[in-house]
Ligand binder design. Sequence first.
Ligand code: IMP
Ligand code: MG
Length: 197
Amino acid sequence: MSMHDDVSQILIDSPSLQARIRQLGAQISADYPPDSRPLLVCILKGAYMFLSDLTKEVTIPHKVDFMATSAYGGGLDSRGVVRLVLDLETNIRGRHVLLVEDIVDHGATINYLLRLLSTRNPASLRVCTLLNKPARREFDVPLDYIGFEIPDHFVIGYGLDIDEMYRNLPYIGVPTSELIERLIGHQGGIDGDDKPG
Ligand code: IMP
Ligand code: MG
């Protein structure tokens, strides 16, 4: 039994991810002035794999830092109150900040982070998301860099989890209905736990 057997469909394979991330890195490197030293902010946990590949493709000097949020609701539906779990170490006043996110779904997480960070007076504040799932958008959030637009599927892999597992899949895939039933079916989708992003 392999973790790959729990995937019903590969939506974006590993070479496609890497090719697109090379393009994003080149675009970001061209857009920011060479001496602007942007701060790439990885939104944990989901964006850890994306950040680690993206930062290798950004060819201008930059820094990285980390934030973590949690959305109330433990099932497939991430909608809910966003809570800050880990804040930045860096003082971002006057700095160019680029949020690096795994996926924008309802938009609640990015909306919360943009509001929070803008109060700290950064020189600029942009968003780079690997995946955009616009079907269920509830907050009108500006997305500056988008890796892929995807249809309204719950997806796993390349950092994205189901019940904290399967983040290590090297591609973006759709879980089988058996896996969903096994991991979260018994919870009826929402169990009130904090679900780390
Ligand atoms: P939003 O606040 O609804 O935009 O949700 C953003 C967060 O929910 C992301 O950072 C993910 O951690 C999580 N999320 C949304 N859709 C998915 C998905 O299809 N698979 C895994 N996690 C997801
Ligand atoms: Mg996330």
